[in-house]
Write a protein that binds this ligand. Structure first.
Ligand code: ADP
Length: 550
């Protein structure tokens, strides 16, 4: 039976789990592909934006060189050349003189701090009076070699960044436009380039913007060979979208050794790229994967539960069949004894009838429980609540149960008031009590005393059954109420059962809004308590007699 039921009910969940597993694998594959495609799409988009950054950097550099060369450096060389023309081989002009001579220049020149002249043929170096000693010594030692090695073409300037006595210095030099024999040089501080760089930056957008659009707010930073920032615009450099270059090569001039970093902001991507930067698909991909994994886990859990329930159901069916068989066999045996008139005395006849009665009661009790249980499973139990005398119901149930108790020599003591009105379903309360009594007799020792009590307090109404049996360990006190739950105890091997009695008690109790629990009894035994809410107890809490209600 279990086989057929098992296969029929498990094929579905297992197939679903398998299908979901395949879906999960497929989803993972798709997710990986989507993620890969998104990543390469993003890489391509970032590459395009990096190209834009590079373009802007080159444009800035072109303008900066123009500004610095034409307005900052050449004027000095021209003034020096003019002086050379007027006083060939004479004293170099001082700083004020350069300032005076170049006053008509638009933006420059750069403040030159020391001036030098080198006679290329003789290697003689002369310096302006402000030139510091150690710098003059450096120029004497190095400039002839530099000019001999790579004389800048006429009209171009070369520059050397050096450190003399720990201080950063830049020497700019070029051949005189009038005589290639004379090399003119001067020292400038790269920090003084700032106004020229600012003008280069401000001279219109560095990236071609769509007509009418605002210029792109670029990040741009130029720092000199010693790491000093000469110009910074924008808030932060984005390495993924940016371009960084350390300027080198013979044509870098005064910019040689400087570092230029430019990046377009991610917010501007939409204006520079069709569709903008592709957003990350990771959240969606991860969401889909999590969903598929969750479905798979749910299907596996469902399949497991289904299997456990199928096994329990089949155990239940065999337990109930077994439970039915025992009283039936007893009834048949004693009925036969009577029919064949095998009894010798009236007392024996009476005992046989008592056993038949007791077993028939047990049978009907079992059938009631099974019916109640299946109704609870289907959710079709409906109570018929009415005002009843609870004490009367308890007394009747104990009376009906007495043959079974007597068969085990169990004495049932009662601690109940004369009358106690409550709004309950009579049949349900009877079944609750009989189930608890049946367990007390079944699991307790023969000859024990079982106490049935009914207590009404200001806030609740308690029905309890206390036995002198083995008790229930605190760790088991919750799970015994689950359907089909039976404790694997050696001392209850003799007691049959299908594991549904307490589950029926709890179902019926909760339909009354009551709670059912077990606690330690006075001795070693246990005390099963059903606690009704004040609403159920309200009409009777003051102990109104049965007929006294209006
Ligand atoms: P069944 O009695 O058919 O096994 P129940 O749902 O009535 O099913 O009880 C569940 C389990 O709780 C029992 O198998 C038993 O182990 C334990 N139990 C119930 N009542 C008592 C009791 N009065 N004393 C000790 N153990 C009990």
């Amino acid at each position: 039976m279990r086989e057929i039921g098992g296969r029929g009910s498990l094929a579905g969940p297992r197939a679903i789990a398998l299908l979901l597993g395949a879906t999960l694998v497929l989803a993972a594959l798709l997710a990986w592909q989507a993620q890969d495609a998104a990543r390469s799409h993003r890489r391509a988009a970032e590459g395009t934006l990096r190209d834009d950054s590079r373009f802007a950097a080159r444009e800035f550099l072109r303008r900066a060189r123009f500004e610095v060369d034409h307005f900052g450096l050449y004027p000095i060389i021209y003034v020096l050349s003019a002086n050379e023309r007027a006083f060939p081989g004479g004293a170099l002009p001082d700083r004020e003189e350069i300032a005076r001579l170049s006053r008509r220049m638009r933006n420059g020149p750069l403040p030159a701090r020391a001036l030098f002249r080198l006679d290329v043929a003789t290697g003689t170096v002369s310096a302006s009076p402000e030139a510091p000693e150690d710098l003059v010594a450096w120029v004497r030692a190095n400039l002839p070699g530099l000019v001999a090695g790579k004389t800048p073409p006429e009209g171009e300037l070369a520059a050397e960044t050096i450190s003399v006595a720990g201080a950063p210095r830049t020497i700019v030099y070029g051949v005189s436009p009038d005589s290639s024999r004379i090399c003119l040089a001067f020292e400038v501080d790269t920090k003084d380039l700032a106004p020229f760089l600012e003008r280069a930056f401000a001279d219109g957008p560095l990236l071609p913007a769509a007509a009418g659009a605002e210029p792109i707010p670029l990040f741009l930073e130029l720092s000199d060979a010693w790491g000093r920032v000469l110009l910074r615009r924008g808030s932060s450099f984005d390495a993924a979208l940016g371009f960084e270059e350390r300027l080198a090569g013979p044509r870098a001039g005064i910019f040689r050794g400087m570092t230029l970093r430019v990046s377009v902001p991610a917010e501007a991507a939409r204006r520079l790229l069709v569709g903008g930067l592709p957003p990350s698909r990771l959240p969606v991909v991860l969401g889909a994967l999590t969903l598929a994994a969750g479905l798979l886990a749910a299907a596996v859990a469902l399949a497991r539960r289904e299997r456990a329930v199928a096994a329990m159901r089949s155990d239940f069916v065999s337990a109930v069949s077994h439970e039915l068989r025992t009283p039936l066999a007893q009834i048949r045996l004693f009925a036969e004894t009577l029919m064949l008139e095998r009894t010798r005395t009236a007392e024996e006849r009476r005992r046989s009838l008592a056993i038949i009665d007791q077993e028939a009661r047990r049978l009907s009790h079992l059938v009631d429980n099974t019916l109640q249980f299946t109704r609870a499973e289907r959710g079709t139990i409906a109570l018929e609540l009415a005002d009843h005398d609870l004490s009367g119901i308890v007394r009747d149930a104990i009376e009906a149960f007495s043959p079974i108790a007597a068969a085990r020599g169990v004495r049932v003591a009662v601690q109940i008031p004369e009358t106690l009105m409550a709004r309950v379903d009579e049949g349900a309360v009877r079944q609750i009590l009989i189930n608890l009594l049946d367990n007390a007799v079944k699991y307790g020792p023969p000859g024990q005393q079982v106490v049935v009590g009914l207590e009404s307090g200001p806030r609740s109404l308690r029905l309890f059954v206390e036995d002198q049996g083995p008790g229930i360990a605190p760790g088991d006190r919750e799970r015994i109420w689950e359907k089909f739950a039976r404790l694997p105890r050696r001392d209850q091997a003799h007691a049959g059962g299908a594991g549904i009695g307490l589950s029926v008690v709890r179902d019926l109790a909760s339909l009354h809004g009551a709670t059912a629990r077990v606690e330690a009894g006075v001795g070693s035994g246990s005390r099963f308590v059903v606690e009704f809410p004040p609403a159920a107890a309200a009409p009777s809490l003051e102990g109104i007699p049965a007929g006294g209600k209006a």
